[in-house]
Design a protein around this ligand. Structure first.
Ligand SMILES: C[S@@+](CC[C@H](N)C(=O)[O-])C[C@H]1O[C@@H](n2cnc3c(N)ncnc32)[C@H](O)[C@@H]1O
Length: 247
């Protein structure tokens, strides 16, 4: 299994999409926020694969000290532009899990969060780097929560929500992001299994692996109704949480 996709290719289109994407607004980010304490003020939070920084800004506006890293220089450039427009003290770093340790200015972190990123690991070794670097950067007793693509998902090759998920030869998957005119941009990633994530977390020292279901918020259901048919039952995403044991 190998994937070399980089968000530099689709950064502008993806950033436009993120702002209004129902999946981000009513499922992915609410999932992430539900994993965090209700008060994040004063907490140090690492946002892995922060993209253009939407989630980082939500956390920083609530008083968290946030550091986001991403391996797409375009995504980081857009995040820094937003930080200029609305200074929130967020540090954005151009990095990969291979080189983030030592670059992060405010470690150790209380919490690390990652939304829709780990399945872009290029192979199992790279996936391990996401877990092991995060383990080094989070304090003992801290935790890591990640939303990933759900390997049990079934409805490929259909228009679902504002995406079409496709199976590619060689174990790759593809998400076509749709807008009113058709496919706006495409991302491809690897089909890591639930067991892959569980085993890699255990291998790198994390404990208490827990899968945490992804739900649509009541606001999202009220606004978009049948848009969400089947979403929770056959969810494109799966989320988990792991804890770094106290020494
Ligand atoms: C689907 S986007 C999610 C962005 C953001 N977390 C959000 O939810 O809005 C995936 C992000 O992961 C980043 N990414 C993929 N592989 C990465 C890697 N090896 N290291 C750091 N970031 C990576 C991409 O550049 C992209 O910004």
């Amino acid at each position: 299994m190998n994937s070399k996709f980089n968000y530099d290719k689709i950064s502008t289109a993806y950033a436009d999409l993120v702002v209004q994407d129902p999946s981000k607004r009513f499922a992915q980010y609410p999932w992430a926020l539900a994993q965090l304490p209700s008060q994040v003020c004063g907490l140090r939070i690492l946002d892995i694969g922060c993209g253009e920084g939407s989630l980082a800004r939500v956390l920083a506006r609530s008083g968290a000290f946030v550091c986001g890293y991403d391996n797409s220089i375009e995504q980081i450039r857009q995040a820094r532009l937003e930080e200029k427009k609305e200074p929130l003290g967020i540090e954005y770093i151009h990095a990969d899990p291979i080189d983030i340790v030592g670059k992060a200015p405010i470690s150790p972190f209380d919490i690390s969060i990652s939304v829709a990123v780990l399945h872009y690991a290029t192979d199992r070794t790279h996936l391990e780097a996401f877990f092991s670097s995060t383990y080094q950067l989070v304090k003992p007793g801290g935790f890591f929560a990640a939303l990933v693509m759900n390997s049990d998902f079934k409805r490929y090759e259909q228009k679902l929500y504002n995406r079409i998920y496709r199976r590619q030869p060689g174990g790759r998957l593809q998400a076509d992001f749709l807008d009113a005119t058709g496919v706006r941009c495409t991302a491809d990633y690897l089909d890591f299994t639930h067991a892959n994530y569980e085993e890699t977390a255990a291998l790198t020292g994390w404990k208490d692996f827990t899968w945490c279901p992804v739900k649509v918020t009541d606001e999202g259901k009220a606004e978009l109704g049948s848009f969400w048919d089947g979403f929770e039952e056959d969810c494109p995403y799966a989320g988990f949480r792991v804890v770094k044991p106290l020494e």
